[in-house]
Design a protein around this ligand. Sequence first.
Ligand code: BGC
Length: 739
Amino acid sequence: MSAAALVLAACCSQPKFDGPVYLNPNAPIEDRVEDALARMTLEEKVGMTTAQSKFSSRGVPRLGIPEVWHTDGPHGIRPEVLWDDWDQAGWTNDSCTAFPALVNLAATWDKEMSYLYGVSIGEEARYRKKDILLGPGVNICRTPLNGRNFEYMGEDPYLAGQMVVPYVKGVQEQGVAACVKHFAVNNQEFQRTQSNSVVDDRTLHEIYLPAFKAAVQEGNAWAIMGSYNLYNGQFNCHNKKLLVDILKGDWGFDGVVVSDWGGCRDSEEAVLNGLDIEMGTWTNGLRGAASDSYRNYHMADPYLKGLREGKYTTKELDDKARRILRTIFRTSMRPEPNYGRFVCPEHYQAAREISAAGVVLLKNEDNVLPLDVPKDGKILVVGENAVKKMVVGGGSSNLKTAYEINPLEGLQNAFEGVAEVEWVRGYVGDTSTSYNLVDTGQDLADSRSPEVLIAEAVNAAKDADYVIFIGGLNKSAHQDNESTDRYDTMLPYDQQDVIDALAAVADKFVVVNISGSPVSMPWADRADAIVQGWYGGTESGNALADVLTGKVNPSGRLPFSIPFKYSDGPIRTIAQYPGIKEEGDQFWQTHYSEGVYVGYRWYDSRNIPAQWPFGHGLSYTSFEYGNAKASKASMTADGTMKVSVDVRNVGACDGAEVVQLYISDPVASVDRPAKELKGFEKVFLKAGEKKTVTFEIDAEALSFYDMSKSAWNAEPGEFQAHFASSSTDVRATVSFELK
Ligand code: BGC
């Protein structure tokens, strides 16, 4: 052997490993799992299936198999909490990078942004030694009132499915399991632990499951969190149909099912119906118990007792233990450890870029944006959301962040030395500044009356070159907040009065609505420009300023429809939402009787205009579509075909268009929505540049879930492929046939 070959052989061959197989990082994972399992006692296996603290579950100390550390999720790494409590523990090294809310990510319609998000948050989780990241969430925005819409990816299963996959991959490449939540049909916070979602199979498969399925089958998600609610009359953390039949059966999921915190309600069902790790159960004696109260969990001592008494065999137990071991060998005991990184310039930059890419320009009359302020001019900013820090609050996604740039600071940074940026309050909304002992350090108290605040704003607006109202919702109860829903789609705190008063005096009037769910805008024609901003995290204000100043050309698109008013939407009865609890019933029944007509599927099919349609968003440039074509006139169910369209940037500046592909099936044996999103691509085009955007169509894109066959069905006949700039702005259509 030559000297060079010897050197090569020496550095490439694996060192001989003398220890047990499960500890050998280079052994195949399944061998490690079997080896570890064979060494474990019954008690050790059972031990792994429950929490040992608020956010950790047991390993096998005797064998040196580490405990599993879970963390929220999904927008940053939650501060360390007390062993048995939700409150932060007061560590001083756990202030994270807050990434934009997932609805902001969905609004980018950009899979690369999703991957960047996944890698960045995965690195933060890894640095903080977390093994399971509790997110992302992909529950469909069924009602604009759901308090957790901001944590999810919009109203369309295809969009959510496409956007969740790169996030999951990015996280897991860092050796951290993404725990996709909340499985499933968990679309409201009202009575979330007491409500039974009544959904037919077609609606389940077409609307509520596809994003989870994509996360599992395309993203290879290593963990799934069961939701609090019931489906089919059974709690979802141990729901046989969802977990055993569909997730682990049909989809072949080989990871762990983690309960939502306190979502496990029954020992026998938990054992038999697919739950692997029970977290957060509020069993008697958890607080103030003399000894280890986690032993009271449904899958702790009661499970052990059942095994010893012969009520259960070890079949389910070994399956659970295998899944948990697999998770550990994929994460903390993975072959190629990396150590992640935390609060670094790259993560701040990622947060800023993602947030800006999701800001949606809803309206821009006379090109009032981007801001064009004369030297030494004045911008008046009005509104609480210009200053309120939004990373704190909202429930389990609450974060302690290294810093947070609010919109006012973002604008002040952008106009430093150029123009004056003045702020007045306008209205008093929510003055709370802390959550689970995390405090923003702000003092938002203000006892002035609405009349005084409005008069102050109107007065300051008179000599301003631009007036920018920055309002919307916040993370408090009955806003965008876990465990409560909103009451209505209108702006709270009488913000409309402030908008009306400013519109009457402002020269150029811009409204920025910051929210995580749809807000109706009856005042829209009184604003020159309207921007939909989101909870953008650490770099929120800079990202918003990037778009307002034109440093970033807006390219966000709405991930949900915004109705003129709540009653325009598909939810028409209280049986649909919030549900009905009959006398003597234990649970609320929530009937998803609108079926597949969720979001734009409803508005389009019923010819009811939404105020701002799904997929809508303007740019500072404009785009022309042309030359739409199909690669052939027909396809067969086992084949594919291509459709393409040319898109040209016909404006004066560079920008990005989101080309959306919707499919219609005009004649079908079942009632189908007027059109459904089946493809999208964000294309960046220099001024004057043209690109061809091509989509591949297969039978899946043409199918509906046929309840008579319990299977997907693509019926032969004519289909249409629409190339569109939003769900209501179709630019070109081609027809083809499925033979
Ligand atoms: C939420 C989950 C969260 C968990 C842990 C629950 O209340 O529903 O989304 O991951 O708490 O904080």
